[in-house]
Each structure stands twice: as structure tokens, then as C-alpha cells.
Write a protein of this length. Sequence first.
Length: 234
Amino acid sequence: MGRQPAFQFYPGDWLRDIGVQAAPFETRGIWMELLMRMWDAEPRGCLSMSKDDYCRLISCTKLEWNRALKNIEVLKIAEVSRNDNGDITIINRRMFREQKEREQGAERQRRHRNKQKYHAGYNGDITAPSSSSSSSSKNNSNVTCDNSVTDDLTIIYQYWQGAMGVMGPSDASNLRDCLSLLQRTIGDRDDLQTPVEIICAEIGMLTHKPESKRTTAYLYGTIRGKADELGEAT
């Protein structure tokens, strides 16, 4: 995600902040300098270093720093913590929170774009095959895409047939079970890959395994293991 060159500053918020306005002018000046540094920090909104490093960073004396830090803590202007090494971590709650929200929003957009790519790249007018289609050759794996079809199971059928070339009735059933299992496990969570993304990725991995393992039964076992892991993580 690209770095933003500036941040919004609301004079009204600054003037209405009881903690900031109760602080001496010296502390407010140091706090403003810290805000500038936090904006350029990684993660944004958070600084963590020794007292000496803070003094060098904002060009203040140790006495000035001690007074300012005490005021920042007492007036709850920011979150302040210390580790065993003596480093001091200062977090601007709003800046830190908004950055996390931007990152989460960007991740949701990335996941949405990836899902659209799956739909655009692997949608096909495919139904569960009959036994007569199970003898299809791998050379006949290309299928004309139909972007009007957006069913997740259709995408998975298409991806499997494109990777393996053959799909019988038991394969269709196993793939349905894989999708159903992940849908139940993941639910509406948006911090994980979609069931379609997980299954298609695992199908891709199967192509590198011995032929005896390139089956939907083996795939289902793998998906069941992943579902167990995801269930434990929730």
C-alpha cells in the first residue's frame, strides 16, 4: 500500500482534547513533533525507542523529555508502555486505529479483486458430469468461459477439469463436499481466503503430487485438515 504524503489535522479536535489542552505548552509542542514522526513510522501511529533516541529524534533535552512524557502519560494523551530493555512505546490511538482500518480495507479490496479474477478466469458453463464424460481426454480440458455464470461450485469444477482433465460423478460429489465444509467453517469471515480460493490453490498443489494422490478424495482429506485448523483458530 502506497505511503500517504499527508494526514488530516482537525483544529477543533485538538482544541477540544482535554488532555492536550491541559498540558503545558512545552508538552504540546513535543507531542505535535511526535505526531509528525508517528505519521512516518512503521507501523504508523506508533514509536518505540529509548529515551536517548527520542531526545535525538525531536531535538529536546532529557529534562524536557521527562516532563513531556510524564504529562502525556498522566493526561492520557497517548498509550505509553515500557519493555524490559527500557524502550518506550508511544501510540497515538486514532492514527494507529485508522491505519489498521485502511490496511484491512485494502486487504478486503485485494480479496474482492482476486475473487473477481477467479470468476472471470474460471467460470464456465459446466454441470456435474455424467459417467459418460469421465473418459474425457486431458487434451479436451479447455472450456469456453461464460462470465454470466458465477456459481462457486462451477468455478471449482472448471478449475479441476482444467488442471486434471477428467472429472467423474464421484469427483463432483467430493468437490461439493469440499466447498460445503469450508463454507461452514469460514462463514462470513473476511480475514481469510474464500473457500473457492483455498480449494483452487489446493488443486494447483495436487498437480505437483504423484498421480495416485491427484484425486478429489485426497483433496477432500486435505481440505478437511485445513477446515480443522481454521476452526481451531476461530
